[in-house]
Design a binder for this molecule. Structure first.
Ligand code: TXE
Length: 504
C-alpha cells in the first residue's frame, strides 16, 4: 500500500498540513522524514500529509507505551484512570465538530454520519470510566486447609490497536476506552487511507492531560507499520478491525510471540423479513442496513432473505427508496450517500456486481458506477434472483449492494441466513413475538436486531462469531479483553511438612 501513496515531493504539498507522529509525549516527523498524501475521496485530491513511520518509530512508540505502563499510568488507581477518561470525554465533546469534519475529509462518509459518530465518542469514555474502578478479583476458598487464595485483575500490558478506514475514531474508541479503563497503554495504527483523524485525536488526549506514552500513534502502511507492530515482541495484545483475510494474517503473526489477539472482521449479515412484518418499516431498515455509509460498514445487511409471499412487495418498496437516495458531497446535509472511500474499493464493488450479473442475478436498481458527480460514487444497487451459492451471496462487498434471496418457511429462512462463513450481525423483521425470539436464538451472529438495525451502544457487547472475529467490544465484556487474571496463594502457617515432590 505504501508504494501507491503519493510522497512528499508532490508539487503543491506546501499548502497542505503536514502531520507528525505521536510518540510518548512528543510530536515527531517520521525517522527518515517521509510523508504520504491523505486523499479526500470526494475531491480525489490530497488534503494533508501524514508521516510514514519507520521501524525505529514503531520501536519508540512501543517503548514509550511500556514506560508509561511501568510508570505513572501503571501506578494509578482505577478511580484516577476514570478521572482521566472523563477529562478525555469532555475534550472530545468540545472537539466533536472538528473531528467529524476531519473524518469526512478522510473517508468520504456523510458529515451527518461522522457527526453522529463523533458525538457518541464521549459516551464510551464515560461508560468505561465507570468500570475502571470496578475491576475486582475474587477470594477463592482454598481446597485445603492453611491457605488463602485470591485473584487480581491486571492489565494485559501494551496494546497495539489497528483499525480500518471506514470509521477510524469510532473503531479506535471501541478499543481505546476499555483498554485505558483496564490500565493498559496503547499504540494506535489507523488505516493508511485515513491517518489524520487519529493524529488529531491524539491532540485531544494530550489536551485532556493523560500521562505521556499512554496513547501513541504511528501511521503508514499495514504491510510495514502494521506488520511490525503485530510482530513486536514487546506488544502484549493486538486488537484489530479490518478484513477477514488480513485479520487471519494478523492472528498468525501475533501467535509467533503468543501475543493475545482480538479480531473484529468482515460480515455478510442477513436481514430476514417474514411476510407478517410491517413491510414499510422493514424496507426502511433494509435501506439503512445496506445503503447507510454507502454500505461500507462491517454490519452491512447485505443479504435480504425474504419470505416468498412478501418478495415482490418489499423489492418494489426497496427499489422505490433506492432510486430516491441522493448521492452527493458528504458535507452537504441533503446528501444521503457519499462516495466509496478509495479507488480499490470502487473497483472491487464494480467487479463483484458485474460477476453477479454474469452468474444470473437481475439488477432491480442501480448496478453501475455513477459518473455524474465524478469521484468514487456507485449507485445504490439491488440484485434479485440471487442463489446462495453465488459469489455475491457469499463475499463481503463493503459497498451499496443488496443481494435478495427468498424462503418458504422458518427453517429455510434460518438455514439461508446461517449459510455463510461470517457471523457478525443479523436483522429480523416480524410481528410475531414468539417467532422473533425463536429465530433470534437460532441465528449465528454476534448481534441480532429485531425490527431494528445498526444499533450500537457503549454498554452493548459487539463482535462476531465464525469468520467475523474473536472477542467482544463494548459492554462489560470489552474490559475483560484487556485484563489478565493472576492467582495468588498464601500459606497461612509456617511449618507445612508437605511432600516437596508432589503437586498441590
Ligand atoms: O482492510 P485491511 P482495508 C474489508 C472491506 C475492504 C477490505 C480492505 O472488504 O474492502 O477490508 O480494507 C492494517 N499486519 N473491511 O484495506 O487490509 C491496515 O493498514 C498488520 C472490512 O482497510 O484489513 C489497516 O490499518 N496490519 C472491515 C488495517 O490493518 C495490517 C472494515 C485494516 O486493513 C496488515 C474495513 C498486516 N499484514 C474493511 N495489513 C469490517 N468488516 O469492519 C494491513 N494492515
Amino acid at each position: 500500500m505504501a508504494s501507491s501513496m503519493t510522497h512528499f515531493e508532490e508539487p503543491g504539498h506546501e499548502a497542505l498540513p503536514v502531520y507528525e507522529l505521536r510518540l510518548g509525549g512528543s510530536w515527531r516527523p517520521a525517522g527518515d522524514g517521509r510523508t504520504y498524501a491523505a486523499v479526500n475521496p470526494f475531491t480525489d485530491q490530497a488534503w494533508a500529509y501524514a508521516p510514514e513511520a519507520t521501524s525505529a518509530d514503531v520501536d519508540t512508540a512501543v517503548a514509550a507505551a511500556r514506560t508509561a505502563l511501568h510508570g505513572p499510568w501503571g501506578e494509578m488507581t482505577g478511580a484516577e484512570r476514570a478521572r482521566h477518561l472523563r477529562s478525555l470525554a469532555t475534550v472530545l465533546e468540545e472537539e466533536a465538530e472538528h473531528l467529524a469534519a476531519i473524518e469526512t475529509r478522510g473517508n468520504g462518509k456523510l458529515l451527518r454520519e461522522t457527526m453522529a459518530q463523533a458525538a457518541s465518542l464521549p459516551g464510551y469514555y464515560q461508560y468505561f470510566a465507570g468500570l475502571a474502578d470496578k475491576l475486582e478479583g475474587t477470594t477463592i476458598p482454598a481446597d485445603k486447609p492453611g491457605y488463602f487464595m485470591y485473584t487480581r485483575r491486571e492489565p494485559v500490558g501494551v496494546v497495539a490497536a489497528i483499525m480500518a478506514w471506514n470509521s477510524p475514531l469510532l473503531l479506535l474508541t471501541w478499543k481505546l476506552a476499555p483498554a485505558l479503563a483496564a490500565g493498559c497503554t496503547v499504540v494506535a495504527k489507523p488505516s493508511a487511507y485515513t491517518p489524520v483523524s487519529t493524529l488529531e485525536f491524539a491532540r485531544c488526549v494530550e489536551r485532556a492531560g493523560l500521562p505521556d506514552g499512554v496513547f501513541n500513534v504511528v501511521t503508514g502502511s499495514g504491510a510495514d507499520v502494521g506488520q511490525q507492530l503485530v510482530k513486536h515482541p514487546d506488544v502484549d495484545k493486538v486488537t484489530f478491525t479490518g478484513s477477514t483475510q488480513t485479520g487471519i494474517a494478523v492472528g498468525k503473526a501475533a501467535m509467533e510471540n503468543v501475543t493475545r489477539v482480538s479480531l473484529e472482521l468482515g460480515g455478510k449479515s442477513a436481514q430476514v423479513v417474514f411476510a407478517d412484518a410491517e413491510l414499510e418499516a422493514a424496507a426502511i431498515g433494509v435501506v439503512s442496513g445496506i445503503f447507510a455509509a454507502t454500505g461500507q460498514t462491517c454490519v452491512a445487511g447485505s443479504r435480504l432473505v425474504v419470505e416468498q409471499s412478501a418478495h415482490d412487495e418489499i423489492v418494489a418498496r426497496l427499489v422505490h427508496h433506492a432510486e430516491k437516495i441522493r448521492l452527493g458531497d458528504p458535507v452537504d446535509p441533503a446528501s444521503e450517500m457519499g462516495p466509496l472511500a478509495n479507488k480499490p474499493q470502487l473497483a472491487k464493488v464494480s467487479a463483484l456486481v458485474q460477476r453477479a450479473v454474469e452468474q444470473g442475478a437481475h439488477v432491480a436498481a442501480g448496478g453501475r458506477v455513477s459518473r455524474e458527480l465524478g469521484g468514487l460514487f456507485f449507485e445504490p444497487t439491488i440484485l434479485t434472483g440471487v442463489r446462495p451459492d453465488m459469489e455475491i451471496a457469499r463475499e463481503e462487498v463493503f459497498g451499496p449492494v443488496l443481494a435478495v434471496m427468498r424462503f418458504d418457511d422458518e427453517d429455510e429462512a434460518v438455514a439461508l441466513a446461517n449459510d455463510t462463513r461470517f457471523g457478525l450481525a443479523a436483522g429480523l423483521w416480524t410481528e410475531n413475538v414468539r417467532r422473533a425470539h425463536r429465530v433470534a436464538h437460532r441465528l449465528e451472529a454476534g448481534t441480532v436486531w429485531i425490527n431494528a438495525y445498526r444499533m450500537v451502544a457503549p454498554n452493548a457487547p459487539f463482535g462476531g462469531v465464525k469468520l467475523s472475529g474473536i472477542g467482544r467490544e463494548n459492554g462489560r465484556d470489552a474490559v475483560q479483553e484487556y485484563l489478565e487474571t493472576k492467582t495468588i496463594w498464601l500459606a497461612l502457617n509456617e511449618a507445612e511438612g508437605r511432600d516437596p515432590f508432589s503437586i498441590g
